[in-house]
Design a protein around this ligand. Structure first.
Ligand code: GAL
Length: 418
């Protein structure tokens, strides 16, 4: 277990300490290795977090060029197009998912087996992450964090104003709290109306209302009989019911603009990944003081596992190869892992780190990670990009228009059939 020094009060001193701890390991090899890193971390919290990677890479002697493209779908398309066009970045962000399997199959990525075996990834990575990046025995991506995309966030001041004195622990209690927020004239649910955000809210309902068994039967096994059950119908109705708590400004809104509504106390709740915490941290709000975080409704609610990875496009350029190697080492460095994840809202991908420096919500997540029986992957872990896209289309259509639930059950079954 890596134990990190006690936090130093001044942030400047802290990053200096991090620099000093990282530098000796890399300076020996580094000589101005240039890395262009493509990612979609453009919100306040995300930018602060990725700056830690950039700072650590520079401290290790490299030269970091940041290519930030807003929106995961857009950023991934640009990365793939550039690889296909023969002008790839040094590294590109993807999710823990099957999003990059095609480019692996086409031989476009270098494997990162060297760093994987040095860091013992077979042992220290959680299974859903390890299985998604290890393809035919080789590792094709460097994982940098574990995100849980379906947390329920709430504003303490909004809860107080609405007279909610207990965190909801069941779906019924969640709806009762939303009713109270509405009655108090607040925006009950801050939702960013974009298809991927609707998919997240649906997965949260599938996990919390449907439970782990149903979740896996639908999302992992693509079991048509499960999609035909009364239990699944109830999940879809609960999902749609949430729409009635959303404000008129929701369509098209970014997730972080929804979080801003919680930060200002105008809205009560948001169902979204723990990257939200990065926004609270950037706004100097503290978990347990200004905001609360609920990992799931009930003690044994499934814990959805997602994460970010970087892939390394294959290159014959020896300079680029050196840059990729240097970058891979920096990304998984234990000190960098803690510094980055504290700002990102995620938890370190390595299970051998000391959690004491992480905040309340991250520590809760790290504790739950110890209980494997609660782990499930997100849709993208089990589904191909096409299946996931078709599921998202069906859910967005249901959320935004009036379609009978029975019809949606059928369209989801057909989206997941192939
Ligand atoms: C996810 C990613 C997170 C977060 C989020 C919103 O796909 O895993 O790191 O950045 O998008 O941008």
């Amino acid at each position: 277990m890596y134990s990190l020094r006690k936090p130093v009060k001044k942030p400047v001193l802290r990053s200096l300490l991090a620099t000093l701890l990282i530098a000796p390991a890399f300076f020996a090899h580094a000589a101005g290795e240039k890395a262009e890193v493509l990612h979609w971390w453009t919100s306040g919290g995300e930018s602060a977090a990725v700056a830690k990677f950039a700072g650590a890479y520079r401290a290790a002697g490299g030269i970091w060029t940041d290519t930030a493209i807003a929106g995961g779908d857009q950023a991934r398309s640009v990365a793939i197009n550039r690889m296909v066009g023969g002008n790839p970045p040094t590294a590109a962000q993807f999710n823990v998912s099957r999003q990059f399997q095609d480019i692996v199959d086409q031989g476009m990525l270098s494997n990162v087996d060297e760093v994987a075996s040095k860091e013992n990834w077979d042992k220290i990575l959680p299974e859903p992450i390890r299985d998604s990046i290890r393809i035919k025995g080789h590792y094709y991506a460097v994982p940098v964090n574990i995100h849980m995309p379906a947390w329920i966030w709430y504003s303490k001041s909004a809860f107080k104003k609405a007279g909610i004195d207990k965190e909801p622990a069941t779906p019924d209690e969640m709806f009762a709290a939303l009713d109270k927020l509405k009655a108090a004239g607040l925006i009950p649910l801050a939702h960013g109306g974009q298809p991927w955000q609707e998919t997240i809210v649906f997965l949260a309902m599938l996990a919390n209302v449907g439970g782990k068994d149903l979740y896996l039967r639908v999302i992992r096994d693509r079991d048509a009989a499960a999609m035909n059950t009364e239990a699944f119908r109830k999940v879809l109705l609960s999902f749609k019911r949430l729409k009635s708590y959303v404000d008129t400004g929701s369509p098209g809104r970014n997730w972080n603009d929804s979080t801003a509504l919680l930060i200002s106390g105008k809205a009560g709740m948001q169902i979204m990944g723990d990257w939200v915490m990065g926004e609270f941290v950037a706004a100097r709000q503290v978990a347990g003081r200004e905001f609360g975080c609920i990992p799931g409704l009930g003690q044994n609610a499934p814990y959805l596992i997602q994460g970010d990875v970087f892939v390394f496009p294959k290159t014959a350029n020896a300079d680029q190869l050196r840059s990729q190697k240097l970058l891979a080492g920096v990304l998984v460095n234990p000190v960098v892992q803690v510094e980055f994840n504290k700002l990102k809202g995620s938890i370190p991908v390595r299970s051998d780190l000391d959690a004491s420096q992480m905040n309340l919500c991250a520590r809760t997540g790290m504790e739950i990670m110890k209980d494997k029986s609660r782990h499930v992957g997100i849709g993208e872990v089990y589904l191909t990009p096409d299946q996931n896209g078709a599921l998202t289309d069906a859910l967005t259509a249901y959320w935004n228009t009036n379609i009978p639930v029975e019809k949606v059950q059928k369209s989801i079954a057909s989206a997941l059939r192939n």
